[in-house]
Design a protein around this ligand. Sequence first.
Ligand code: PEP
Ligand code: MG
Length: 594
Amino acid sequence: MIRLQGIAVSPGVAIGKASVFNSEGHQITVSHCSSEKAAGEVSRLRDAVQAAMQDISESRDSVAQSMGKQYGAIFEGHLVMLQDQKLYETMENAVMKDHFTAEYAVYKTLHGYAQVFQSIQDAFMAERANDILDLEKRILRILLKEKRQLQQFTEPVVVFARNLTPSETASMDTKFVQAFATELGGPTSHTAIVAEALRIPAVVGVGNFLERVNAGEVVIVDGDAGVVILNPDQATLNRYCLIEMQKKSLDVRLESLRDLPALTIDGTPVQLLGNIEFPQEADSCMESGAEGIGLYRTEFLYLSGSIPDEEDHFHAYRQVIEAMKGKPVTIRTVDLGADKLIERPVSMRNTKKTDLGYYIEEEKNPCLGLRSIRLSLKRIELFRKQLRAILRAGVFGPVKVMFPLVSTISEWRQAHMIVEDVKEDLSERGIPYASDVDLGIMVEVPSVVLMIEHFAKEVDFFSIGTNDLTQYTLAVDRTNKDVFYLYNSCDPVILKLLSMTIHAATQHRRPVSLCGQMSGSPWCTMLLLGLGLRTLSVSPGAIPEIKRVCRRVNLAQCKAVAARALQMEKASEVRNYLLSEYRKLFPDLDVEVS
Ligand code: PEP
Ligand code: MG
């Protein structure tokens, strides 16, 4: 048995068989496709070959530029081989006639050619064989990266991978993927957030472990404690079965809170809203008793790699607004960039840098680059399209619009002006829309907190995004496991920023909520209420637990907790203190937090 510690990012426990996805070492087995799918496979093959040619030409040019033309010529040979029509036809025939998948057609053809060269006892030929194997690897890497076969399971599995992109996570078939664990990744990366949205238990940042796993062996992923266990012994299996049973009984108890208000003992109402990624999650919000949606992340519309049109936006928003049956929905305009990258589909790799994703993909320092509201303000037509859709969908129920990653007041004013302009445009064209829509900003950058008094005079509401506020204040990449020890939303400096924001918002009578992952941690609830928050937006699955805390505390107690935490110097001190206060509230609870 091997026990590994990682970072817990999506709660729940799964016991199942390991399926390992190593970025390079995919096992290729003979695999066929049906005759109806052959045309699709040929187009995948063609795109992958083109993408490989594009990669090779880029490598050639950059090597030629940095080291000289003769070095670039090394790649020229690869390019010539790949341009060989006969070689391509052999691969295409393997798909069209023998109905092999694109991957197997590439493997069979190129491996076959390489073997022929290897069989000729000649150093020059041996070199050519290596070149062919290199090409094979390159094309397979493109094909397998494109699919990574995360949707193709036929039985329950626990996925282990070096890393998973948000779009790979979003495409997982939740019928079969019981849990996942990755070597890389940080606590509030978009991948982690998507896992929580899909309710897949997940652990990230485990460090190198894939080589120690035997595919198919029994493993445990504990998304509450951030633990991965390989080949567990019987005693451990029994313990985890017991934990699963206890969890189920707690869920039943929490379920009974569903229709009760989130009211503190002294009668202070707390508004609990849901954070969602996908339109279908609106139903989970209703089921868990959310009073509305405090954060509707809209990046999912871009996950396929293509740019959504106005109707795609509109249908997604209308679906959520209608599902919420009159409860308010706060739609955040796209927050693309940094950990919310969109990948360029293989079929578009060799097109010019003309569109949204490409700007982001080529960023040198994406967290500080052209992302979020900055991108919307640069690509105004795309921004207007999204705003038009939100305002039109607002006819079907109450909506608010929220701008992500605002860092200056001018950005906010510009975004505000564009909304007004879009309204005018809709009026002129006689298109029905919601004219009375509140506009707010995310508080995610320290510069906004320092200028909060100015913002408070103009914006309709604030929502604090502690995931990014922590990243930008402490200069810690939220996706990087190696600096995870520095990333803590309970750091006293973050508490000071929260306090300043809440104070200014309250003074100016502007609603303020918190929608970062911190608001979903029940052991932070007392602190947040004590700091003055009365609205928390959390993933729908966390609502019952947060409600349970609200109903167990009184405000004076919360204020005392916040006052004491604000005096502390270190994040670890605050965290330990909050955990101990939480344990006092629920002494029967086995609180294990990674
Ligand atoms: C945040 O930064 O806290 C937030 C809620 O936004 P996201 O996690 O989507 O960046
Ligand atoms: Mg954010």
